[in-house]
Design a protein around this ligand. Structure first.
Ligand code: ATP
Length: 435
């Protein structure tokens, strides 16, 4: 079994309709991607699993969906307007631009291979700018949000008050963010438009270290619970010179991508930086009032910040397996059942009306509960191969015996074991396995 390359995964994603380049008919832009019929299901399932774990299954976290467009003051208070930059260098030989802190050798241009040709690093601003309203003036300048977190901080008091929340509590948000990255790349790993899943957990300062450790463990286990290979995951603490301007401690959860270890999620102790800044800049008192002790203070914040699109990509890579079956290579996506785009495929053995009828009836029954694909094209072997390649956990074959015994053959994606199951027990059979 060989490990998939970046190319293998991006080819599969294109071929099967997971991901397409944005504006592909015009040559494509490398900054953004479109999620096709399978990709959108996988991405939705990843976000849904995050939400289920972080919000639904807990009584100390609530959700939010804040606007992408926010007042410019938000980004002045958060420090982004001033310091949200990456160091940009340009090669004097080939004019390629690179992000200095991501270069393997900071003196050598990876594009032309020349050494000592870089200009002095310049801070490059990562926020997208636009204007609100009909006038393109400086007063109307606003930014597309580069993270979802600030919408949580600016709503801290609204949410605490309306939901009568007591420390410790968290606010979770999933949504689009935009960064004008110097070098987008590695397929959907780094794009200029992407989706994040972030949660801000507010705690008393003296409990911050404990919660910081707690969230590292919780988040690490989330990936494992969805089937990610443990040896492909690690937690890496940031060095002091890597820390963001707001952080007093950060670790990254990293995945072993085809090119190297790289970040899936950052978990930071943001101290009381954000609430304090917004209180100062807005003039609104954002301190928390503790009735029991009659104290007023800024809570500390522990933030697990993951990328939804990047994480989806990692799940895709991790699930990819090529194996030998009877001297043939079988490609299979061993996606966790909860993440698989389709849960069940219904495959009538022939296109004859007498088989299509029952197949359609079974499909419409199962659709009430799961995403189901009814596939009548091509040979049964090719259809199994397609379902393996898109990670469908179960394939249900309707054959001529079905007309006699009211039963179907259910094939398990991973073991390829087949069971004959009567149609009236099918829902129960699949329910026990899919949940
Ligand atoms: P990097 O150092 O890779 O630029 P970062 O440390 O600035 O990333 P954070 O600000 O911690 O990233 O963002 C939280 C998460 O959002 C990241 O772990 C990643 O999963 C996701 N993310 C950030 N930038 C991008 C991007 N350009 N494309 C896709 N996902 C991203």
């Amino acid at each position: 079994m060989t490990e998939p390359t970046l190319e293998t995964i991006s080819n599969l994603a294109k071929k099967r309709g997971f991901v397409f380049q944005s504006s592909e008919i015009y040559g494509g832009i490398r900054s953004a991607y479109d999620y096709g019929p399978l990709g959108v299901e996988l991405l939705r399932n990843v976000k849904e699993e995050w939400w289920r774990t972080m919000v639904q299954l807990r009584d100390d976290i609530v959700g939010l969906d804040s606007a992408i467009l926010q007042a410019r003051q938000v980004w002045q208070a958060s420090g982004h307007e001033e310091v949200f930059t990456d160091p940009l260098v340009e090669c004097r030989n080939c004019n390629a631009r690179h992000r200095l802190d991501k270069l393997e050798d900071p003196d050598t241009c990876p594009t032309c291979g020349k050494t000592g040709t870089f200009t002095e690093p310049k801070p490059f601003h990562l926020m997208f700018r636009t204007h609100m309203g009909p006038v393109d003036s400086d007063e109307n300048l606003i930014y597309l949000r580069p993270e979802t977190a600030q919408g949580i901080f600016t709503n801290f008091e609204n949410i605490r008050r309306t939901n009568r929340l007591k420390l410790p509590f968290g606010i979770a948000q999933v949504g689009k963010s935009f960064r004008n990255e110097i070098t987008p790349g590695q397929f959907v790993f780094r794009t200029r438009e992407f989706e994040q899943m972030e949660m801000e957990f507010f705690v008393r300062s003296e409990e911050a270290d404990e919660w910081f450790a707690y969230w590292q463990e919780e988040r690490f286990n989330w990936y494992l619970g969805l089937g990610m290979t443990e040896s492909n995951l690690r937690i890496r603490p940031h060095e002091a010179d890597e820390l963001s301007h707001y952080s007093v401690g950060t670790v990254d959860i990293e995945y072993r991508f085809p090119w190297d270890w790289d970040e899936l999620e950052g978990i930071a102790n943001r101290a009381d930086f954000d609430l304090r800044q917004h209180a100062e800049h807005s003039g609104v008192d954002l301190r928390y009032y503790d009735q029991d002790t009659d104290e007023r203070f800024f809570p500390y914040v522990i933030e697990p910040a993951a990328g939804a699109t990047r994480t989806t990509f990692a799940f895709l890579i991790d699930a990819y397996v090529e194996e030998k079956v009877n001297d043939e290579t079988r490609t299979v996506l061993r996606l966790h059942h909860r993440l698989a785009p389709y849960k069940v495929a219904i495959l009538p053995l022939s296109k004859k009306e007498e088989l299509i009828g029952p197949a359609e009836r079974i499909a419409s029954e199962l659709r009430k509960r799961w995403m189901v694909e009814l596939d009548v094209t091509q040979s049964i072997g090719r259809r199994y191969r397609r379902q393996d390649e898109i990670g469908t956990p179960f394939a249900v074959t309707v054959d001529f015996d079905t007309l006699e015994d009211d039963a179907v053959t259910v094939r398990d994606r991973d073991s390829m074991k087949q069971d004959r199951v009567s149609i009236d027990r099918l829902l129960e059979y699949l329910g026990e396995r899919l949940g």
